[in-house]
Design a protein around this ligand. Structure first.
Ligand SMILES: [Fe+2]
Ligand SMILES: [Fe+2]
Length: 308
């Protein structure tokens, strides 16, 4: 083969045509709401936490909890960045790109609000203290399955999780006894409601057009991410190794008992089970097969069955 022919097959990503014509009025509506409802975590007043009469152990537990929340919110940003890149070079209409940009900015401000709470309680932890946990959050960044799927199927994976995390966040909002944490949770929830709404639009508009392969991947990816990382101390502690589970559960239990916007470890699985039921019902009309999640929905082989 001649060198000149090799050069021809190398393609730079081509952004043209850059589409400016609106195609999805319901997605644009979400963009307008995002503009109207923008907020600034730096302007929240966290002095109630600094002044609070809390034992040192509780402050540390609260900071650990909110550091975890901060890492998790941050974990959504690389996912958004990949989707944004796809949207740009896939020539998606403006409102789709705008929504993904909003999504990234919103997840980043949830991250910011969370590390500000951790700092007001004690000190934000930039990395998990346990080796085991160091490995969990990077799994968020594994894009293998999304990359195999079509653009809207890749977007759909996240929208299913938005619903799940929204239910957990509601419980954490209800747990919050400090005004600053309550307000941060309220504002985060308001953003998440839009992310969930986007998921409903994706379902309504695009699920019917997904290939069987995409649907199967979507269900598999959802189950894998839930079992492999989110039940490993992020959404719940159920899949953590015994010693880490005990320590991590204790920290979030302390935070929950003191109204720091946490969920009691004993309550998390029930909330997830409930949310999972709703998600299964939502995707049922589109024949998206979500594999069983025994840790949450009841094991097939006994109560101590563990995910592989
Ligand atoms: Fe978020
Ligand atoms: Fe979100």
């Amino acid at each position: 083969m001649e060198a000149s022919m090799l050069e021809e097959v190398v393609q730079n990503p081509n952004p043209y045509p850059i589409v400016a014509e609106m195609a999805y009025d319901d997605i644009w509506k979400l963009c307008e709401q995002a503009r109207d409802l923008a907020w600034d975590p730096a302007k929240l007043d966290f002095s109630d936490l600094q002044k609070a009469d809390l034992p040192d152990e509780v402050r540390k537990a609260g900071a650990e909890w909110w550091s975890l929340r901060a890492w998790m919110e941050h974990g959504a940003t690389p996912y958004g960045a990949e989707r944004l890149r796809d949207a740009i070079f896939g020539h998606q209409p403006f409102e789709v790109k705008q929504h993904v940009v909003n999504f990234i900015a919103e997840e980043l401000r949830h991250h910011e609000a969370s590390f500000r709470i951790a700092n007001a309680l004690a000190r934000y932890q930039p990395s998990p203290q346990s080796d085991y946990f160091m490995k969990i959050i990077p799994k968020f960044h594994d894009e293998k399955e999304e990359k195999q799927m079509s653009f809207f199927a890749g977007l759909a994976v996240n929208t299913l999780f938005e619903q799940l995390s929204g239910e957990l966040l509601q419980a954490r909002y209800e747990n919050a006894r400090y005004e600053s944490i309550r307000e941060a949770c309220r504002l985060i929830l308001r953003d998440e409601a839009r992310h969930i709404q986007f998921g409903r639009i994706v379902m309504r508009r695009f699920f019917g057009t997904l290939s069987d392969f995409d649907k199967e991947q979507l269900g598999k990816k959802f189950a894998k991410k839930l079992r492999g990382s989110l039940l490993n101390g992020v959404y719940a502690v159920v899949n953590l190794p015994a010693d880490e589970r005990k320590r991590s559960a204790r920290a979030r239990q302390l935070a929950a008992e003191h109204g720091l916007g946490a969920t009691h470890p004993d309550h998390e699985v029930a909330i997830i089970a409930d949310a999972l039921k709703k998600i299964r019902a939502d995707v049922a009309p589109y024949n998206v097969p979500i594999p069983p999640i025994p840790e949450v929905e009841g094991p097939a082989t006994g109560p101590s069955a563990k995910a592989a």
